[in-house]
Structures are given as structure tokens and as C-alpha cells.
Design a protein around this ligand. Structure first.
Ligand code: ZN
Length: 75
């Protein structure tokens, strides 16, 4: 799956499932496709849990851990 390395939403093979991978640390949220069915719903869900980034599937996306670290850097 190296050819899709730029995408932070990884489509699982052979199904509708996908996961979101943090561009900062590689932290992943698994089974978003199974639970939330499409990217728009999945993104609004993870945003409520502290993720930031682009609305598009391509990202970049940052997990809560990385956004805290970025805020400290700016500070
Ligand atoms: Zn991260």
C-alpha cells in the first residue's frame, strides 16, 4: 500500500472499512468505515475527540496527542 502513503485515510482491502492515521505520530483510529460508514461522518466524529486537520480524506490530519504538542510548540 506504499503508493497511497500520502493519504491519511487508509482504505482497508476488500471492504468499506477505513482508518484514519495521524500524520504526526502514526496513531490510528481503526474501523471508522465499519462504525460510521463514510468519511464525512467519521471526520465529524473524530473532530469531537480532538483531531484537527483538513476536511478532505487526504489530510493532513493530527491526533489529539499531536495537537497538544503543537500548541506547546507555539507557546
Ligand atoms: Zn499524532
Amino acid at each position: 500500500m506504499e503508493r497511497e502513503a500520502m493519504m491519511t485515510v487508509i482504505q482497508e482491502s476488500g471492504g468499506t472499512d477505513f482508518r484514519l492515521v495521524c500524520d504526526g505520530c502514526g496513531n490510528a483510529v481503526e474501523h471508522l468505515g465499519v462504525n460510521l460508514h463514510n468519511w464525512e461522518l467519521a471526520w465529524s466524529f473524530v473532530k469531537r475527540h480532538g483531531w484537527i486537520g483538513d476536511r478532505s480524506r487526504r489530510g493532513p490530519h493530527g491526533c489529539p496527542r499531536c495537537t497538544v504538542r503543537a500548541a506547546r510548540t507555539i507557546d
